[in-house]
Design a protein around this ligand. Structure first.
Ligand code: CDT
Length: 315
């Protein structure tokens, strides 16, 4: 029996700061219905898919902060999405800002099965940007002000006939993200992102935003023998240009489908999960070839420790 899935990356164009969640959910529903019409089994929506990318603004008013967060999932605004997905018999993955009952703030992605049940929740581990308002920037990237790092790491779950993991935006730039899931046999990684094209600390990277996006995910897919579905929130949102290029990547590292626009767009591909084994059993047979006795620094050392300076001989 083949383990072939029709998968969709449901890219969103910009969401305005004052766009109500109910209106955004209408957009999600339109994409979900189009995916169902194309026989998709699973649709991946972007990171923070219910609101504008609010970390571009600073506030320390707890009421204003919490207004961006969901206290339940599904909640009143998202219930129609869960209900429609269940009635269409299609699964989805959705990124949102989560406020837990005990007051934690996470950048979260949920995985929902075709019966409308929550299979898993992933809370973003790598939180990029900065903690405080920085006046020199044309816009802020205050994820470290608004979100705690997820404490549960990179889990994987048996779902949709395979082994599924999730990562969120900046997580995709770190090889450890994929490898920790790879070591649990991951076959399909679902990723949402909001990537401003302008990177204020080093604008020379702006022209490479699309290259770096593909580079890290193609490498991660190949080196771990896994499919990756990556979905952008794209376009010019409140004056800030966000990268599009949502894509679906095979375990070979090849991009098999990619968005053409920076608007609401469905990117679909047929993904055979059995294809993962071609890589997992050969070049990347971890059990046979990994040399863990040489990798100690990876999990024990955080920053760079260069070798000692060369000692100059004095005569
Ligand atoms: N959302 C998110 O994680 N974005 C980051 C932006 C770069 S760091 C300011 C990313 O890695 O795409």
């Amino acid at each position: 029996m083949t383990r072939s899935l029709e998968l969709a990356a449901a890219q969103l164009g910009p969401i305005a700061r004052d766009e109500p969640r109910e209106h955004v959910v209408e957009r999600l529903l339109a994409l979900l219905r189009r995916a169902a019409a194309r026989q998709c089994q699973l649709v991946v929506f972007p990171e923070l898919a219910l609101t504008t990318f609010f970390p571009r603004w600073y506030t320390d008013d707890p009421v204003d902060i919490d207004a961006w967060f969901e206290i339940e999932m599904p909640g009143p605004a998202t219930k129609p999405l869960f209900e429609e997905a269940q009635s269409l018999g299609i699964g989805f993955s959705l990124g949102y800002a989560e406020l837990t009952p005990d007051g934690h703030h996470y950048n979260t992605q949920v995985l929902v099965d075709a019966g409308g049940g929550i299979v898993a929740k992933y809370r973003k581990v790598h939180i990029p940007g900065h903690e405080q308002f920085e006046v020199w920037r044309p816009f802020q990237h205050l994820e470290r002000h608004y979100f705690e790092s997820g404490p549960d790491g990179f889990g994987v779950w048996r779902a949709f006939g395979g082994i599924v993991g999730m990562m969120i935006c900046n997580d995709r730039r770190w090889p450890e993200t994929y490898r920790v899931m790879g070591l649990q046999g991951v076959e399909l990684i679902l990723c949402g992102y909001n990537t401003p094209i302008h990177y204020a600390p080093d604008p020379s990277q702006d022209a490479l935003a699309g290259f770096h996006n593909a580079l890290v995910m193609q490498a991660g897919a190949y080196q771990n023998g896994t499919w990756v579905v990556a979905t952008a929130k794209a376009g010019t949102e409140e004056g800030v240009e966000l990268l599009g290029q949502s894509c679906i990547i095979a375990p070979s590292g090849q991009i098999v489908a990619q968005a053409l626009t920076t608007a609401d767009e469905l990117v679909v591909a047929t993904c055979d999960l059995d294809w993962c084994d071609r890589y997992k059993r050969t070049l990347f047979d971890f059990e046979r070839y990994r040399m863990i006795e040489q990798y100690g620094r990876i999990a024990t050392q955080r920053g760079v420790v260069p070798p000692p300076e060369a000692h100059e001989e004095t005569s």
